[in-house]
Ligand binder design. Structure first.
Ligand code: NAD
Length: 516
């Protein structure tokens, strides 16, 4: 991937080249420690706040992905043999680089994703939690030892990397989700192909270069941009031993099934529909603040966003009034403007889809209390207003499907039991919250709710980095959660060694099955 090869590899198609020059940058792959060009296919990257194309991202073909995988495979022997002290030093260094340069990374995220800068910095901080966790890799990579398992026999277990692993990430957290995956994979001695979302691809390349600056050898972390064609090569290439995925449920299911068919280890996190239950004894102002923050932060484009408010008994009317009142005071604008509390959506298609749910809700029998779709904005950015939809029930599209936008549905129930039944019947089970001042109710909710991550008076219960992250049901295919301790299980193979040092005189032939 020298400069000459890069130039040669740039798209030959004159029209495509001209379009790229007219719009600015090309987002290149990062393979073997260098940025490099690729095939003729590319896709536009937008600034969602203006609606303008700002860059073109290359879309790798199967052959290019295979080359990147071979680069990772070539880097594997040296990396897995690298001392843990040296790996640890790289973790500390990259944490320091990313932390001190967070504003730079946040600006890149905002320019392609649209979220407000403080939110972008927040996702970087949550991603860094896993880098901090991985700085203790010597502890996480420790094995086990059992002396005298039988007479004169000892058994020990080591952890070894699985090999080349692939990380396929969604648009909504272009820095945090890659940091959840790649950091543990690298810490455990694997080499990595990161395939970020083609809608906001630049943060991944920035992160790869930060790792290189911290001393990570070339080829250990490679970034390949692309779409289905690139992903399908990852899923079928025999050199790839494990696949981590976060994205929408239909694709997560496809990734899970195809990886398994090809003999790969796989964890695939999918979509969500997160409920927040407010009990009659809850502090309503606190609950209103919490639900507005959790429903509309990042324009609802969070897998842990609250999208359904479940009101129990009499709380419905006063709570909805408080929520509507707070919505009216929020500032929507470009993510780069410090006054903005909510930015635009990711694409025009996303905007049309989200608005469609709100516009169709009344015909389904729901009541649109605040209609954000009618709000007017200057320019061509992918902005929509904030919406609140009341009297929503299962069977309505606005309830059944993941909207992934600034739309909060309210389902009114009479009892705690009804709330639990509603949530336990949902196909998604990522996050859930209960707001109450009664410990017994909270304890019972925690015990019987069938959801992977539960908040008690906490609306977005993303576990701190010392634990691992994952939902249940259609929110996670596979059994290993992401980042933290479980990810060291995912990215390592355990090897069991049974040892005996007998005196030659003890040797004998015994065709019986070895028992102790
Ligand atoms: P997506 O499923 O469209 O894309 C995710 C990744 O899959 C991207 O890298 C994309 O290039 C690739 N991809 C897309 N279509 C593909 C296809 N047909 N074949 C192979 N690969 C394909 O998801 P998105 O829109 O980028 O992200 C939003 C979704 O991610 C939401 O559903 C959200 O709930 C989910 N999400 C879940 C979690 C979680 O922890 N469970 C976290 C973040 C996001």
């Amino acid at each position: 991937h020298s400069a000459e090869t890069t130039a040669e590899r740039m798209p030959q198609d004159a029209a495509a080249n001209a379009a790229k020059q007219a719009t600015g940058d090309v987002v290149e792959h990062y393979i073997g420690g260098e940025r490099c060009g690729g095939s003729q296919r590319s896709a536009p990257v937008y600034d969602p706040a203006t609606g303008q194309v700002t860059k073109q991202v290359l879309l790798a073909n199967a052959e290019e992905v295979a080359t990147a995988i071979e680069t990772a495979e070539a880097a594997l022997p040296a990396w897995r043999a690298t001392g843990l002290a040296k790996r640890t030093a790289i973790m500390f260094k990259v944490e320091n680089i990313i932390r001190t340069r967070t504003p730079e990374l946040a600006a890149i995220i905002t320019s392609e994703h649209g979220k407000v800068l403080s939110d972008a910095a927040g996702e970087v901080a949550r991603g860094l939690e896993n880098v901090q966790f991985c700085s203790g890799l010597m502890h996480h990579m420790k094995g086990d030892y059992l002396e005298q398992a039988a007479s004169g026999v000892d058994v020990h277990q080591t952890r070894q990397p699985v090999g080349v692993v692939a990380c396929i990430t969604p648009f909504n957290f272009p820095a945090m989700v890659p940091l959840w995956m790649i950091t543990t994979a690298i810490a455990a001695g694997n080499t990595v192909i990161l395939k970020p979302s083609e809608r906001d691809p630049s943060a991944a390349v920035w992160i790869a270069e930060a790792f290189a600056e911290a001393g990570l050898p070339p080829g250990v972390l490679n970034v390949v941009h692309g779409d289905k064609e690139a992903v399908d090569e990852i899923l079928t290439n025999p050199l790839v031993k494990a696949v981590s995925f976060v994205g929408s449920t239909p694709i997560a299911k496809y990734i899970y099934e195809t990886s398994a068919q090809n003999g790969k280890r796989v964890q695939a996190l999918g979509g969500a529909k997160n409920h927040m239950v407010v009990m009659p004894d809850a502090d309503l102002d606190g609950a209103a603040d919490a639900v507005v923050s959790a429903a509309y932060g990042s324009a609802g484009e969070r897998c842990m966003a609250v999208s359904v408010l479940v009101t129990v008994g009499d709380v419905a009317d006063p709570l909805i009034e408080k929520v509507a009142d707070r919505i009216g005071k929020l500032t929507i604008g470009p993510g780069s403007d410090p006054k903005s509390e909510m930015g635009p959506l990711i694409t025009r298609q996303a905007l049309d889809r989200v608005n469609g749910y709100v516009q169709g809700a009344a015909a389904e029998g729901a009541t649109v209390v605040v209609d954000g779709t009618q709000k007017e904005f200057d320019g061509d950015g992918f902005f929509t207003g904030i919406s609140l939809v009341d009297h929503v029930r299962p069977g309505m599209k606005v309830y059944d499907e993941e909207i992934f936008g600034p739309v909060l549905s309210v389902v009114r129930v009479e009892t705690y039991e009804e709330a639990v039944k509603l949530i336990n019947s949902n196909q998604f089970a990522n996050g859930v919250a209960v707001f109450t001042r009664d410990g017994k109710t909270a304890r019972q909710f925690e015990f019987e709710i069938e959801v992977g991550m539960v908040g008690v008076n906490v609306p977005i219960p993303v576990p701190i980095g010392a634990f691992s992250f994952g939902g249940w049901k259609n929110s996670l295919f596979g059994d290993t959660h992401m980042y933290g301790p479980e990810s060291f299980n995912f990215y390592t193979r355990r090897k069991l060694v049974t040892t005996r040092w007998p005196h030659p005189s003890e040797s004998q032939i015994n065709l019986g099955f070895p028992t102790h």
